[in-house]
Design a protein around this ligand. Structure first.
Ligand code: AMP
Length: 379
């Protein structure tokens, strides 16, 4: 049930005299930690983030203006759109039904979201833009899946084409008996079969494109995952060849989609090659280090892009590492005692597998970074 502006953050009524553009209210569907950090980045620009949420007890509650409503209810969506100048997103799984014929500008474009919602479309987008990706086959039942595995060769990863995130909806298949035991999760679903890439490391590029077509890239980030969830990011990952390659691939996708906002692409590094795994048409967990680790964070640049402002510098300040706290919260006092470590809580109740907070370590050298990171990981 839509309930207009019942919850407001303290920074309401921002000074409109600061504004040089017309966008002062950016709507976000969702009120998670990404909406929270977008709102934190928007406030100094005199821009308010309005979050459409079904539950006011959400990470964005202290920073965004919450609108209680349901994205699947046409009236709630209509009312929400009437309150904002521009709409953006913090997750891919958005219901487009009531967004397609609206006058409210939407950035990034819905076409980019549609692609990112479906692994088949996403892989096709990589192929169409000549961005190297894994081998893949789309299957619709167990027999087709078995045939695809025979063609690609074991080991493979099978993933549901839709609704999978943070390693959910996927399984590594190393033997034919593996397929039998793990199949129940995939029954009745469209499934993508990919070769299991023996990568040297995983990296991501965060890129941003403005409404005028200006493009900026952050330095590559090296990412460590466990159980499909991002645990630690380190940046910059300094490899000029791979940086150029990642920028080249990201630019092709940004231009082909007429993209506006932040786009993240995750790659496997194999020797001197990059193999695209997936992309996210939004600010990304592997870019959280940019809040303290660069001149303009991914959140601020996303806000700038969707508000029609020029982009800010994406250059790194020294070396950074970000640690996700998953399932349980660390001792904030112990974290605060560490030098140049910045803690970000998402105001969530602890639950196994839930991202609750992150901390970013900033350092002037790689050695110092690893020393402090070591201390942080031992807490
Ligand atoms: P995804 O949800 O596709 O990002 O997958 C989560 C994580 O699973 C990735 O970050 C990788 O660590 C691993 N993974 C996914 N697909 C593959 C693949 N084809 N080969 C090797 N590892 C993979």
């Amino acid at each position: 049930m839509y309930n207009k502006s019942i919850f407001s953050p303290n920074h309401n009524n921002l000074d409109s005299r600061l504004r040089g553009n017309d966008v002062t209210r950016i709507g976000v569907i969702g009120g998670g930690q990404l909406a929270q950090m977008l709102a934190q980045a928007a406030a100094p620009l005199s821009i308010e983030v309005y979050a459409l949420v079904d539950n006011p007890d959400c990470p964005a509650q202290h920073d965004a203006k919450l609108m209680i409503g349901d994205q699947n209810n046409p009236h709630d969506v209509k009312n929400f759109l009437s309150e904002i100048d521009v709409l953006t997103f913090e997750f891919e799984n958005v219901n487009f039904t009531y967004l397609e014929n609206t006058y409210t500008p939407i950035y990034p474009p819905l076409s980019a979201l549609k692609i990112a919602q479906d692994r088949e479309l996403e892989k096709t987008c990589f192929v169409d833009n000549a961005v190297p990706t894994t081998q893949f086959k789309i299957t619709h039942n167990q027999a087709e899946c078995r045939a695809a595995i025979n063609e690609i060769g074991l080991p493979v990863v099978i993933k549901t084409c839709r609704d999978g995130y943070d390693g959910k909806g996927q399984a590594v298949i190393r033997s034919t008996s593996d397929l039998e035991t793990k199949w129940s999760l995939f029954e009745g679903k469209r499934v993508i079969v990919e070769n299991l890439v023996k990568f040297d490391r995983e990296v991501s590029i965060i890129a941003v494109r403005s409404q005028k077509g200006e493009i900026a890239f952050y330095p590559l980030t090296e990412n460590q995952h466990r159980d499909g969830i991002l645990r630690i990011s380190r940046a910059p990952y300094q490899n000029p060849h791979l940086q150029n390659l990642a920028e080249h691939y990201a630019a092709k996708i940004l231009k082909s989609l007429k993209y506006v906002g932040v786009l993240a692409i995750e790659f496997f590094v194999v020797g001197e090659q990059l193999i695209a795994n997936e992309m996210a048409p939004r600010v990304h967990n592997s870019g959280h280090w940019t809040i303290e680790g660069t001149h303009t964070s991914q959140f601020e640049n996303h806000i700038r892009a969707v508000a029609g402002l020029p982009l800010g510098s994406t250059a790194a300040r020294g070396y950074s590492a970000m640690v996700n706290f998953i399932g349980e919260l660390p001792d904030v006092e112990a974290i605060s005692a560490l030098k140049n470590v910045h803690f970000h809580s998402y105001h969530k109740t602890a639950r196994p597998g839930r991202k609750l907070a992150h901390a970013t370590v900033c350092a002037e050298s790689k050695k110092e970074l690893e020393n402090v990171l070591d201390l942080l990981l031992k807490l």
